[in-house]
Design a protein around this ligand. Structure first.
Ligand SMILES: [Zn+2]
Length: 885
């Protein structure tokens, strides 16, 4: 094939408009000028010949320009097999004088040597890319994330993200890092700059900023935290003990938990729960999805445990690591108490802190007696035994808990409304009226929704058979494990919890990240709606909200349009689905409850959070108490329709079935997800996928069981439900075939059993039936087709408005870039231990499969990249799981 002029032809993609002549030496300008002149005079035969010749020349050069870079790609790929392909190129030239578009089509057959087949750039060469600085920067960021040695039709995730992954090796202090985390880091940096500036905005804002800065500053001062040591944790542990043992310290600690200590256990658990520390059981306030989803009622749940999921309690090695951690935490409390007693002897009693006075002098710690100076070895042994006892106790709670599959995917099974007496009569070790009064709800609940009734029965039995001192140690270690991260890093307690975290996630021993970033994260957790006000002010200007909302509403429209064509859905169900889609509330950017735009509303919302620059530990507790109080205040009231479950700076989005709403914080409406300045094909590929994913949740395995009012109802016909189940089986089968390395030479299937060289029998039993758990999320990802259709549907209008401009140096079609933009957001590195933990606890599949699994279900992807029939990501249609045909 002719290659003589191609070096010049490739250049203009990166040149500016001024050097246009260099680009197309004969065809473009000369042809235009000639036409301009000939249009004003009668055509001579010679002119006609020249005109035809000019057209042919234009056409030929267009074809070669198109082919050139493709040939470059193939040549770079090295040796391989030969194949023949036919390419049809259509060029449209607008003739300036007559304004008549001239369309020319030609077909040419070429023979190339290629391995593996890589995408053919089909960008129409005449179209000028945007050469403004922001376009060049955007283009460079996309190019640098690619790995063009990969075949997109075989490994689209690697093709799109190989460059990014190479440039972003996993930091030692992190168990996973990807584009979500990178953006979250950027968002925190923005908040950090705001907090570190000293600017004053308004008197009310200054009060909010002082609160934020005090919180942040208290976390940042590591020397101070190390000076304080474990004292705040010991103080809290002693309070738990004092409440637990109550006024009756004579209870023998070797006796099982019995009725005699109902008061103590109730007080201690209420104290922990009010500070956000999970123990024994948990209460949530959510809508009554069986009756009125907007009426907020009490839900009784199993608690979070010290290990991330029940599988870990069946692994001996992990149980050992956990027991060691708890033992170290107990010993660190003993040592802290020794230290305090030594200091005490040197100080007059008047200097004793007043807060301590309430519980001072305390019951003997440790509870197993012995004088403090005499038996350090025995105390260590006792701590060892207690830690083992706590792990055995928690293991029983884990075994009594409902599997996450059911908890996350079966809303009917987990909706069990009962009179409150049902729980109070079952778990008699807790005096619930006293417990409830701690949280000062406006109404005493008479009805309660239990997610898993059997758990309450088992809990009562387990409490009955457990020695009192083990329960006491359980309560103390629950607090110690959850709160020791907020102590100085030099403390033994901090280091104990850290070693457990390292074992669970695979982060490098001793590798600690940037303290400032960590502290902004904690400040966000505690005061996120306050930080969000300044974050939004800084980042969410212009038309961001309107343009982001348009992407979402376009996708809702395209979803509704697709309903009538879906083969597994009958007319009746399709109409109901359209009504549900219409009823979905869309929230974008930031909440108005509390009102991000009104500093008084924010200040009022956080009025209970007391911050002190000297007391990080106390600040954390204060914010937890405020959150818990606010939660309980909703009980018995109508849902606040303007409230949000996420902060404005969060890089995430959610669908909440009972409130039938999809919510997108300003934190995710930023590159690489979205920009109001981007061409639409990029925004619809990345943010559009996020929006379509959340929308599709309203119709996934669990979401489809809530009607348009958020009420649990089987609103689909049997035909449609059966059809959906067939599709769901398809996706379960597809994702079950995927597996990841567990870092120990074995494989973990995405929805399946953990089977290394030896498959633990207990484990496979527990994990059976795990297959459906990720199906909801995988179905959510199938929504990508709706984003694609939504982008196509708005294309003409968007193109006319200049919103679909090309980017320089990117030899990909808009369709291809739509998919690249989608896959790019899922780039992520992860430590094997963290990946295993995610498979056990996270309903989302690993990112690689979220990308490759999703595009392999879309024929539109294969045709955009011209994938061969044999390509991995281009299976025959009968093997694809197509939900939204
Ligand atoms: Zn999801």
């Amino acid at each position: 094939m002719a290659r003589s002029s191609t070096d010049q032809e490739n250049a203009p993609l990166l040149s500016d408009h001024g050097s246009e002549e260099d680009y197309s030496p004969t065809a473009r300008s000369t042809f235009g000028e000639r036409l301009n002149s000939v249009a004003q005079e009668p055509l001579t035969p010679l002119t006609k010949i020249l005109l035809v010749l000019g057209l042919v020349l234009l056409l030929t050069s267009s074809v070669f320009i198109g082919l050139f870079s493709g040939a470059q790609h193939r040549l770079n790929g090295g040796g391989g097999h030969t194949h023949t392909e036919t390419i049809t190129i259509t060029t449209t030239e607008k003739v300036p004088a007559s304004s008549v578009p001239v369309s020319l089509t030609t077909t040419t057959t070429i023979v190339t040597t290629t391995a593996p087949p890589l995408p053919v750039p089909t960008t129409v060469p005449e179209e000028k890319p945007c050469l403004e600085a922001h376009c060049i920067v955007l283009s460079a960021s996309i190019l640098s994330s690619l790995d063009t040695t990969q075949d997109p039709c075989e490994n689209f995730y690697d093709f799109t993200n190989g460059g990014w992954l190479k440039a972003h090796p996993l930091p030692a202090d992190k168990s996973s890092f990807g584009n979500f985390e990178a953006l979250a880091q950027e968002n925190r940096q923005i908040i950090k700059e705001i907090l570190e500036s000293t600017s004053s905005i308004s008197p009310v804002d200054d009060q909010i900023l002082t609160k934020l800065r005090d919180f942040y500053g208290s976390c940042l001062d590591e020397d101070k935290l190390n000076d304080i040591g474990a004292a705040p944790l010991l103080h809290l542990a002693k309070t738990v003990q004092s409440l637990y043992n109550g006024t009756n310290p004579s209870i023998s600690n070797d006796e099982p938990q019995d009725k005699a200590n109902v008061k103590g256990l109730t007080a201690a658990v209420a104290f922990l729960h009010s500070r956000g520390i999970p123990a024994l059981f948990s209460f949530d306030i959510e809508g009554d999805v069986g009756v009125d989803p907007n009426h907020m009622v009490l839900w009784f749940n199993q608690p979070d445990l010290g290990l991330p999921s029940k599988e870990y309690f069946e692994e001996e090695a992990m149980r050992q690591i956990y027991a060691d951690t708890l033992e170290r935490l107990l010993i660190s409390l003993i040592e802290e108490e020794d230290l305090q007693q030594q200091r005490q002897r040197k100080q007059p009693p008047a200097l004793i802190n007043n807060d301590d006075a309430a519980v001072w002098p305390p019951w003997p710690w440790p509870p197993w007696g012995g004088d403090d100076e005499g038996k350090p070895i025995n105390r260590t042994l006792e701590a060892h035994d207690l830690a083992e006892g706590v792990v055995a106790f928690e293991r029983k709670l884990a075994q009594a808990s409902l599997d996450l599959d059911v908890l996350q995917q079966d809303p009917f099974a987990t909706y069990n409304p009962v009179p409150v007496s049902n729980i109070t009569d079952t778990v008699t070790q807790i005096h619930f009226p006293t417990y409830f009064s701690t949280f000062t709800p406006r109404n005493y609940p008479d009805r309660i929704i239990v997610t898993y009734p059997q758990y309450a029965v088992s809990l009562a039995d387990i409490l009955d058979e457990t020695p009192s001192k083990v329960i006491e140690a359980y309560l103390v270690t629950r607090a110690a494990l959850l709160l020791s991260p907020f102590l100085g890093m030099d403390t033994d307690a901090w280091q104990a919890q850290r070693s457990l975290l390292e074992a669970l996630t695979g982060i490098k021993k001793g590798a600690v990240g940037d303290r400032g970033e960590y502290c902004i994260g904690r400040t966000e957790d505690a005061l996120g709606f306050a930080a969000g006000r300044y974050f939004v002010n800084q980042t969410f200007g212009g038309d961001s909200r309107e343009k982001g909302t348009k992407v979402i509403t376009d996708i809702v429209d395209s979803f509704k349009a697709s309903l009538s064509h879906i083969d597994w859905m009958d007319k009746e169900s399709a109409e109901a689905a359209a009504q549900k889609a219409d009823a979905i509330r869309v929230k974008v950017g930031f909440p108005i409850s509390p009102n991000t735009l009104d500093p008084r509303s924010i200040l009022n919302y956080y009025s209970l959070v007391k911050t002190n620059q000297e007391d990080f530990f106390g600040n954390i507790l204060s914010s937890s108490i405020s959150d818990t109080y606010k939660k309980w205040q909703q009980l018995g009231k109508p849902r606040d329709l303007n409230s949000w479950e996420m902060f404005p700076s969060t890089v995430n989005a959610y669908f909440n079935p009972p409130s039938n709403e999809i919510v997108f914080p300003a934190g995710i409406l930023r590159p690489p997800f979205f920009s109001q300045d981007w061409p639409a094909y990029l925004s619809y590929g990345s943010f559009g996928h996020v929006a379509a994913h959340e929308l599709t949740h309203a119709f996934d395995s669990a979401g489809r069981l809530y009607n348009q009012e958020g009420k649990l109802e089987k609103w689909w016909t049997n035909f449609t439900s059966e059809g959906f189940k067939t599709k769901q089986d398809c996706i379960v089968k597809q994702y079950s075939a995927y597996s990841i390395d567990d870092g120990k030479g074995g494989k973990v299937h995405v929805n399946g059993n953990l089977c290394a060289s030896s498959c633990l029998p207990a484990l496979s039993m527990i994990l059976t039936d795990r297959f459906v758990r990720t199906s909801g999320e995988n179905i959510g990802d199938t929504g990508l087709i709706q984003a694609f259709r939504a982008w196509k549907a708005q294309y003409n209008a968007s193109e006319a408005n200049g919103n679909e401009y090309l980017l320089p140096g990117l030899n990909y079609t808009r369709e291809q870039l739509f998919f690249i933009s989608f896959a790019r957001i899922w780039a992520r590195e992860m430590k094997p231990a963290a990946a295993v933990q995610r498979i056990r606890t996270d309903p989302h599949s690993p990112n690689r499969f979220r990308v490759d699994g999703t595009v392999s279900n879309m024929p539109e992807f294969a045709s955009a990249f011209k994938c061969s029939k044999h390509a991995k990501l281009n299976p025959p249609n009968e093997d694809r799981c197509i939900f939204w045909s």
